[in-house]
Design a protein around this ligand. Structure first.
Ligand SMILES: Nc1ncnc2c1ncn2[C@@H]1O[C@H](COP(=O)(O)OP(=O)(O)OP(=O)(O)O)[C@@H](O)[C@H]1O
Ligand SMILES: [Mg+2]
Length: 241
């Protein structure tokens, strides 16, 4: 079993205050809620949501994921972890409940970081997630079609006036990263903020997911793991997580 016992959420909804303080680092009433969004399918939302939740756990924060995507990719991963005896993060499938209700429930259980994994192609779902969020991470691959979709996402996010930035994922490694400089140029023109560390393309991500893990757990000394740590630290500094 992975050693998350201390930062796993309280199992029941109504828990005594002393227990909440024991399991949660920080004030449970003030959880950070971060939406992970992109209009494009397959950009890497679920992967980033998993990585952020796992990084939070490893930093001693009680983390949870709300899966607001009917595809249920994050929930399936969570169920597989549960079956493997891994006790965190809690992954809650939203189903027909309201995000506000589920956020409140997770806060009551001691969550200090709640990550919302959102579906693609749905401005209403992005709006609903942003309404209950304290920050947003927009996920994009460095290609023209993703960046065009990002423009539409940014139009929504910018209106909400919450701490937010783009995270580049599936970025080509090494000297083929011209795609990244082209994408960065476009973001600059559009005034869209971005995290300076991109997540490089590596099959380690799907391999980790196949084992119901995140990259930090499967490959704790890898370059990819170091990139995730940098992204996490930058998002913390910007109050996005
Ligand atoms: N940095 C990366 N390098 C290589 N593969 C990646 C990387 N990030 C994500 N992937 C892979 O890309 C695929 C799509 O990722 P993911 O499911 O996270 O995207 P998504 O935006 O959540 O998709 P959807 O829109 O369908 O919800 C997955 O197989 C995942 O393992
Ligand atoms: Mg997804």
């Amino acid at each position: 079993m992975l050693p998350y016992g201390k930062v796993a959420l309280a199992p029941h909804r109504h828990v005594p205050l002393w227990f909440r303080h024991h399991v949660a680092i920080g004030d449970s009433a003030m959880a950070s809620v971060v939406s992970v969004i992109s209009q494009k399918g397959g950009a890497g939302k679920t992967t980033v949501a998993q990585c952020l939740a796992i990084e939070a756990l490893r930093q001693g924060m009680a983390a949870a994921i709300i899966d607001a995507d009917p595809q249920k990719s994050a929930s399936d991963w969570g169920s597989q972890r549960e079956q493997a005896g891994i006790d965190a993060p809690a992954v809650i499938s939203l189903g027909t409940r309201s995000l506000r209700t589920v956020v409140k429930e997770l806060q009551d259980r001691g969550a200090s970081l709640i990550v919302i994994d959102t579906p693609p192609h749905s401005a209403p779902a992005i709006n609903a997630a942003l309404e209950v969020s304290t920050g947003a991470a927009m996920v994009t691959r460095p290609n023209p079609m993703d960046i065009r979709a990002l423009e539409a996402t940014w139009a929504i996010v910018d209106r909400m006036k919450k701490p937010s930035a783009t995270i580049f994922t599936q970025t080509p490694p090494g000297n083929r990263a011209k795609a990244l400089s082209l994408a960065l140029g476009r973001l600059k023109e559009l005034g869209i903020p971005h995290c300076p560390t991109p997540l490089t393309y590596t099959l380690s991500y799907p391999y980790a997911q196949a084992e119901a893990l995140a990259i930090q757990e499967r490959e704790p000394t890898s370059k990819a793991r170091a990139e995730v740590a940098e992204v996490w630290a930058w998002l913390r500094r910007k109050a996005i997580v």
